[in-house]
Design a protein around this ligand. Structure first.
Ligand SMILES: C[S@@+](CC[C@H](N)C(=O)[O-])C[C@H]1O[C@@H](n2cnc3c(N)ncnc32)[C@H](O)[C@@H]1O
Length: 199
């Protein structure tokens, strides 16, 4: 699979990945990681966890992926075609404020995404999904209906998730991702969060 550090791409095979993960038993994967700020912050605060950021767009990742932390890795991949090297390794998945085809796949219950999530997950993996009103509006959904649709698709795919709950402006402001901050200080801060685990 293709990994990135700063502006440098590096191919990593399963052996290389397992070496990096060897001393960690909690592996978190942030899908649609954007600039990787969330991954960077989580890795700094939790040296016993290993955090993997995945995004299809490499340009935004240059800054945060440069940090020299042993417990952080950035992978360039499509959410609908997750690298097989990750199979069965991930104990927790986060999807924070998705847009574009990632959001569309969640809304459609796209089997390529859903099967990918299942295949990267270890047993009893958990998930956190955070959604914002503006991104859903761009795909033609209002926040409540879009969140409900994604909630139902996750249930259908075998995830035991809680009903979406409002994320208020304070929660957005304190959440360590670039998009959360933009939302908190922007014109449309409406957001919801849902969490659960794989049955
Ligand atoms: C609004 S940004 C959120 C970034 C970050 N999670 C945050 O909270 O700051 C949405 C991200 O989803 C990524 N994305 C959209 N579709 C994707 C896909 N199919 N596969 C991987 N990443 C995708 C985009 O490249 C973008 O970086």
């Amino acid at each position: 699979m293709e990994t990135i550090r700063g502006k440098t791409s590096l191919d990593m095979d399963l052996t290389g990945l397992k070496e990096r993960l060897a001393n960690y038993n909690r592996i978190i994967l942030d899908l649609g990681t954007g600039d990787g700020r969330y991954v960077h912050s989580l890795a700094e605060r939790n040296p016993n966890w290993f955090i993997i950021g995945v995004d299809s767009c490499r340009e935004n990742l240059h800054e945060h992926s440069r940090a020299k932390l042993p417990n952080m890795l950035f992978v360039i991949a499509n959410a609908q075609d997750l690298p097989r090297e990750l199979s069965g390794l991930v104990s927790h998945v986060t999807i924070n404020f998705p847009w574009g085809s990632l959001l569309e796949s969640l809304l459609a219950g796209d089997p390529l995404l859903m099967r990918g999530l299942e295949s990267i997950s270890s047993s009893l993996a958990s998930v956190d999904i955070r959604l914002n009103g503006g991104a859903l509006a761009e795909t033609g959904w209002d926040l409540e209906a879009g969140a409900e649709q994604i909630y139902n698709n996750m249930l259908q795919a075998g995830w035991q998730v809680n009903a979406p709950a409002v994320m208020n402006t304070d929660a957005l402001r304190n959440f360590p991702s670039t998009w959360a901050k933009r939302l908190a200080f922007g014109r449309d801060p409406r957001a919801v969060a849902m969490n659960g685990y794989f049955k």
